[in-house]
Design a protein around this ligand. Structure first.
Ligand code: SAH
Length: 213
């Protein structure tokens, strides 16, 4: 009950900037406290990122909502997420899309998130251990791609996995500060929109950063 009230307050706060009712409904539905470490549950409905172990974080609810809203999901899409982390963003996507594939490079997080999402009953979520190449080729192309870790540039291998007409949200820039980009792939090429400044953990691997900072 306490969590419910806090969640309701958070959604009210987010609704000042986030106008997509489906995104707000998903945030109203999902218990963020289940995705954070037990000792941080009392902070689950603050609009803040939180540590989830292994030097990684669960993103700030506002950023999750913004990235989700900008994907313009209608329910028919196959979505790719890079960086499962806690699985919270994955759950939000699972509420709004047909099928979600999510990759994670840290085995402990992969396992935990897969278990939790299974317990919550999501049948349209597929969690994969990250491969050497970014993304998840076997299920490509995707109508929407979301990268929840920051890259120095837009990785071409992810653009390849994006369907024509698809959109990708990705933080691009330096180690400590990035710009959140919305990329749309059309028959005539790539269109890029800058959604503003942000701060994400690093995307590690071929085509991104080699190591953790
Ligand atoms: N969406 C997550 C955010 C987790 S932080 C959530 O809601 O909790 C970003 C995650 O990206 C980290 O868990 C990190 O391990 C993962 N990551 C970094 N590089 C990756 C790569 N190349 N492939 C898959 N995951 C990666």
């Amino acid at each position: 009950m306490e969590y419910e009230i806090a969640r309701h307050r958070l959604v009210n706060l987010l609704s000042r900037d986030i106008h997509d009712p489906k995104t707000l409904a998903a945030i109203s539905k999902i218990s963020r406290e289940l995705f954070v470490p037990p000792e941080l549950r009392h902070l689950a409905y603050k609009d803040e990122p939180l540590p989830i172990g292994q030097n990684q974080t669960i993103s700030q609810p506002y950023i999750v909502a913004l990235m989700t809203e900008k994907l313009s999901l209608t329910g028919t899409e196959k979505v790719l997420e890079i960086g499962t982390g806690s699985g919270y963003q994955t759950a939000i996507l699972a509420e709004l899309a047909r099928e979600v594939h999510s990759t994670e490079r840290i085995p402990d997080l992969t396992e935990k998130a897969a278990k939790l999402l299974h317990t919550l009953g999501y049948k349209n979520v597929f969690i994969h251990a990250a491969q050497e190449d970014l993304g998840w080729q076997p299920a490509a192309p995707y109508e929407a791609i979301i990268t929840t870790a920051a890259a120095p540039d837009v990785p071409p291998i992810l653009l390849e996995q994006l369907a024509i007409g698809g959109r990708m949200i990705i933080p691009v820039g330096g180690r400590w500060e990035q710009q959140l980009l919305k990329i749309t792939k059309t028959v005539n090429g790539i269109h890029t929109e800058n959604l503003g400044g942000c701060r994400f953990v690093s995307l590690i691997g071929k085509g991104a950063w080699e190591t953790q900072p």
